[in-house]
Design a protein around this ligand. Structure first.
Ligand code: PMP
Length: 487
């Protein structure tokens, strides 16, 4: 196994080896192992059957690359959460992905539940997406000129999200929310924006805030470098707190927009309550503010028609990202025609981008949507997800474990230390130490969970039943351990 994978379990290694060798042949095993340790994964089911797990015991190349990256990239990464801060371990340095599996540069295999933060609903390197992106690359990768694919993808999105009568493509979720907010302010001629604690809408200045005092609701910036003048028009309210939010809106009707993740995914999965969203729709309509659904995660993830169909609410503007790009940099914002027509070149709200509507990304997005629109796609995805989540929920319930599993469709979170979550405030008791142990336990056993207690897990159509059941088994084993036994 070289120095990066080992076997640990109750059976003598020699027995496992001899069974594996008689099944696969010694040469084949050694060939597999020496060529690429990751390929050993293919014969792994045999070991699992015998009670053995793939153990990741060393990642020398990853360590080396990370050390060098620290000299060149701040924190060694290009987005903070990738740094595994607080986990006392070197971050993942990934080499490749296929289906539900990713391989690090040391050749270790991991079943992936991060999936590029939810983007890869069909899994890694789906052959049809690879083909469609490659074909477009042959025709040219970027023009900065309109192509037919922007129209095709916009049409497809409109078919399933009819509230997006017109839309504009951008390259990241941050751009989509930032532009939607500018548009809402331009459209209403007002400045105030309401957001909710625990909701993340990207890294634009006016959104990087946390709730201030409950009395004033004046926000605090969560990053240095943001002038007070930029955030003074953003108000952060408690999610799902119907009476506080309603009375705030009624007493401050001069609002440009309310933005929310209808199913929050950035504090773990926390769905909005139906009455809460209905109240927001009614109150924003009454005071002439726009309701913006940030469906960057939920769009084409919680169902073909997004969270807006689940809640039967028509937002004025919607932001999309992740799934619509099939793993390529695409996001979009859109809504009613008369609002969208206020954007340049038709209107006076400026927005633009060199790579907006990039044709390679548009083709990847179109291909992705052509798969998810197949009958039964979301039902199958949910079934796969429930292979993991149902037994865990039952286990937690039956054993009075102080933990909670929340799930909508194929996204879920296992919270440690809390048993009810309606908003960020309920997470003050979250057991982050336990999460750290959980993350490491899974990682060592070839399961890659999103590296934060405040994130959603995602399942793709490429996840195999065998890998889902292995994951379930590993999670249950972790849950059954006493805290003192966790290593
Ligand atoms: N909105 C939501 C709901 C998100 O989850 C994210 C990112 N995870 C963003 C916006 C920002 O997207 P991006 O990282 O593509 O800028």
């Amino acid at each position: 196994m070289g120095n990066c994978c080992g076997l640990r379990g109750n059976f003598p290694e020699i027995l496992v080896r001899s069974i594996a060798e008689s099944t696969y042949g010694r040469a084949k095993i050694f060939e597999k192992c020496s060529q690429d340790v990751a390929r050993f994964y293919e014969i792994n089911p045999l070991f699992r059957l015998l009670g053995y797990n793939m153990m990741i015991t060393g990642r020398p190349k990853s360590d080396e690359i990370y050390a060098a990256s620290l000299e060149r990239l701040p924190g060694g990464v290009n987005s903070p959460v990738r740094a595994f801060k607080g986990f006392d371990m070197t971050p993942m340095i990934v080499q490749k992905g296929k289906g539900d599996t990713i391989w690090d540069v040391d050749g270790n295999a991991y079943i992936d539940y991060c999936l590029s933060w939810g983007a890869l609903i069909l899994g890694h390197a789906h052959p049809a997406i690879v083909t469609s992106a490659c074909e477009q690359m042959q025709r040219g990768s970027s023009f900065g000129i309109a192509t037919p694919y922007e129209l095709f993808l916009a049409d497809k999105i409109n078919t399933y999200l009819p509230s997006m009568e017109k839309l504009r493509f951008v390259s990241s979720g941050s751009e989509a929310t930032m532009s939607a907010i500018r548009l809402a302010r331009g459209c209403t001629g007002r400045n105030t924006l309401i957001k909710f604690s625990g909701h993340y809408h990207g890294h634009s200045d006016c959104l990087l805030i946390q709730a201030g005092s409950g009395v004033t609701h004046l926000p605090k910036a969560t990053s240095k470098g943001i002038p007070n003048s930029v955030i003074q028009d953003t108000v952060c309210l408690p999610f799902n707190d119907l009476s506080t939010c309603r009375s705030y809106i009624r007493s401050h009707p001069d609002i440009a927009a309310v933005i929310l993740e209808p199913v929050a995914g950035n504090m773990g999965v926390v769905p909005a309550e139906q009455e809460f969203v209905c109240m927001l729709r009614e109150e924003t309509t009454a005071c002439g503010a726009l309701l913006i659904f940030d469906e960057v995660i939920t769009g084409f993830r919680v169902g073909l028609r997004g969270a807006q169909e689940r809640y039967q609410i028509k937002p004025d503007l919607t932001c999309l990202g992740k799934v619509i790009g099939g793993g390529y940099p695409v996001a979009a914002f859109g809504g009613r025609k008369e609002i969208m027509d206020l954007i340049a070149p038709l209107g006076a709200v400026y927005q633009g981008g060199t790579l907006s509507g990039n044709p390679v990304a548009m083709c990847a997005g179109l291909e992705t949507l052509s798969h998810v629109e197949q009958e039964g796609f979301y039902e199958d995805l949910e079934k796969k997800t429930r292979l993991i989540t149902d037994p865990i929920e039952h286990y937690l319930e039956r054993n009075n474990v102080p933990a909670l599993l929340t799930r909508i469709g194929s996204m879920f979170t296992l919270f440690f230390g809390v048993t009810e979550v309606r908003g960020k405030e309920d997470l003050s008791q979250m057991n982050e130490v336990k999460f750290k142990a959980f993350f490491q336990y899974l990682f060592e056993r070839g399961i890659y969970a999103p590296p934060s207690a405040y994130e959603a897990w995602f399942v793709s159509s490429a996840h195999t039943e065998e890998n889902l059941l292995y994951t379930l088994d590993t999670i249950l084993t972790f849950l059954k351990k006493k805290d003192t036994e966790i290593t």
